[in-house]
Ligand binder design. Structure first.
Ligand SMILES: *Cc1c(COP(=O)(O)O)cnc(C)c1O
Length: 397
């Protein structure tokens, strides 16, 4: 049985182009970019070239790109930097949203314990926040607004340029976690008034454990890792040259493919959404249109997400329930709770995230498989029996 991989929001296959670009930097070109000899200088040149190419894809300057170990580190560094700068001016208020990635939420939680005041904006039932909400939340002591570009569970895309405009007008630093967006949506950090943006290579067919933070020039970055003078003294440690070169190749490829791949992905996505919507007492999570081209997220009443995933895995389908539930935690997803799903419904979630490698046949197979598994699990559920017999009301009509 061929595996059908529908968990591209968790991670993607490293593309052949990324591997090909990275390999020489583990083999013949293994120099340390800090070394003065020619082997080192070749590595330094590769690093500079990768930085320039990534900057070009985002619409910024090479010196505004700082390499990190991935999206989580970039989020941490962005938020802690803005907080440190704010604290120096007596500004200790941060605006963010209830459905950010934990790399953002847990960093904010740490700052809250350090005396920062954190406003987490509520998210609409369709998984969106507005620039007006951000505007109303900004105070004279606000030092940072952090709103994710696209949500990793429900795929909704936020009005980033508008939010950036509000922040620019108010003189507040605007960070966006762009991990799900970079390589998937066209991005121009200058046009969109973004001050800081986090990205991660393994979400766009690059290697794992490498990412970057774009920081608009003039904004001082705090150092999280002390040591050598790499990344202009802001992030010590010998650079992961192969991974960085692979990341640049992957981003080039993703951006070049975008115009062709996006309509294909939207077609596959919409077929899945239509097919799964036919399951009774199911609901799509997140706005139907303002969502990533490759994201499908559903809740099914009377279902326990973990069982659904295991049975789909038996049918060769790699899917996800969203986030926390898959990592063994019994808490329902904070994202699904944020859009107003009650606990029982949030537990019955399914996230299918596509890539250019998926096919129409795979979508048809997946629709039938989900229908079958949902019917099977409902057939075994005493709660479902109570609901269908009228003892309990349906939550999803
Ligand atoms: C995956 C992800 C991260 C974390 O990125 P890593 O590179 O895995 O650390 C952060 N934010 C979002 C939205 C993500 O999807």
């Amino acid at each position: 049985m061929k595996e059908i991989y529908l968990d591209n929001a968790a991670t993607t296959r490293t593309s052949a182009a990324a591997i090909k670009a990275a390999l020489p930097y583990m083999d013949s070109l293994y120099g340390n970019p800090s070394s003065l000899h020619s082997a080192g200088q070749r590595a330094a040149e590769a690093l500079a070239e990768a930085r320039g190419r990534i900057a070009g894809r985002l619409g910024c300057e090479a010196r505004e790109i700082f390499f990190t170990s991935g999206g989580s580190e970039a989020d941490n560094q962005a938020i802690l930097s803005a907080a440190a700068m704010g604290a120096r001016k007596g500004k200790r208020h941060i605006v963010s949203t209830a459905f950010e990635h934990h790399a953002v939420l847990h960093t904010l939680e740490k700052l809250r314990k350090d005396g920062f005041d954190i406003t987490l904006l509520p998210v609409s039932e369709r998984g969106l926040v507005t620039a007006k909400q951000v505007e109303d939340a900004i105070r004279s002591d606000t030092c940072l607004v952090s709103v994710m570009y696209a949500n990793n569970e429900i795929g909704t895309v936020q009005p980033i340029a508008e939010i950036g405009g509000v922040c620019r007008d108010k003189g507040v630093i605007f960070h966006t976690d762009g991990v799900q967006a970079v390589g998937h949506l066209p991005i121009d950090v200058k046009k969109e008034n973004i001050d800081m943006l986090s990205l991660s290579a393994h979400k766009f067919h690059g290697p794992k454990g490498v990412g970057a933070l774009y920081v608009r020039k003039g904004i001082p970055l705090a150092t999280l890792i002390e040591g050598g003078a790499q990344e202009r003294g802001k992030r010590a440690g010998t650079e992961n040259v192969p991974a960085i070169v692979g990341m640049a190749a992957a981003l080039d490829e993703a951006c070049e493919n975008m115009r062709r791949a996006t309509p294909k992905l939207i077609k596959l996505r919409d077929r899945l959404i239509d097919g799964l919507s036919a399951i009774p007492h199911s609901v799509l999570n997140g706005d139907r249109d303002k969502r990533l081209p490759a994201n499908v997220s559903f809740c099914f009443e009377g279902i326990e997400g973990e069982s659904l995933l295991l049975l789909l895995d038996d049918k060769g389908i790699c899917a996800s329930s969203g986030s926390a539930c898959t990592s063994g935690s019994l808490d329902p997803s904070h994202v699904l709770l944020a859009i107003g799903r009650v606990h029982d419904i949030a537990h019955g979630s399914l996230r299918l995230t596509l890539s250019d490698e998926n096919t129409e046949e795979e979508m048809e197979y997946t629709i039938e498989a989900v229908k079958e598994v949902v019917a099977y699990l409902r057939g075994m559920s005493p709660v479902w029996r109570d609901t269908t017999s009228g003892k309990k009301e349906f939550i999803i009509k």
